[in-house]
Design a protein around this ligand. Structure first.
Ligand code: K2U
Ligand code: ZN
Length: 167
């Protein structure tokens, strides 16, 4: 397994729309293993393939306290979304920035698991927010795009300054 580099906003590659997985094969299982190692090392509770410059519809998540409950979502589709809920969000691609985002309070999501089996499950709270956040990444959307233009501009400048300082 490998720890993969995570793209940082405003890297244009974060705005790539991910393509569906056509077969849950060894290459996908290797990608999932590398994404999981990368997520745990960050540390984070979710990671989309887009963030490691792999533009396939794959998400890994683990919101457990013990960091041993990995959830893999392949070709996820939200089939129902209800209510509204605001929550402060962060993002491994926008380190150090935390801002409130309003999303659906409850969702029903259909996806393929790591065995290639179709699963449909309801999600709310932190897992619901994380799934919506990660699925945005697969669409090429970063959570700061829900903020005002002014805030987005300030964050972009801050991230570009930080990138220059670490060169
Ligand atoms: O996409 C990512 O960068 C992963 C996020 C997942 C996430 C974002 C917002 C809300 C929940 C999950 C990272 O894990 S950000 C780190 C983090 C950790 C705990 C709670 C919230 C954010
Ligand atoms: Zn993110």
């Amino acid at each position: 397994m490998s720890i993969l580099p995570i793209l940082h906003y405003p890297d244009e590659r974060l705005h790539t729309k991910a393509k569906p997985v056509t077969a849950v094969d060894d290459s996908i299982r290797k990608l999932v293993a590398d994404m999981a190692e990368t997520m745990y090392a960050a540390p984070g509770i979710g990671l989309a393939a887009t963030q490691v410059d792999m533009h396939l519809r794959v998400i890994v998540m683990d919101i457990s306290e013990t960091h041993d409950q990995l959830l893999t979502l392949i070709n996820p589709v939200i089939i129902k979304a209800e209510g509204k809920a605001e929550r402060e969000e962060g993002c491994l691609s926008v380190p150090g920035i935390y801002e409130p985002v309003t999303r659906a309070a409850r969702i029903m999501v259909k996806y393929l698991n790591i065995e290639g089996k179709e699963v449909t499950q309801e999600a709310e709270g932190l897992i619901g927010v994380c799934i919506q956040h990660e699925m945005d990444h697969l669409e090429g959307k970063v959570f700061v795009e829900y903020l005002s233009r002014l805030k987005q501009g300030r964050i972009k400048l801050k991230m570009k300054k930080r990138a220059r300082e670490t060169m």
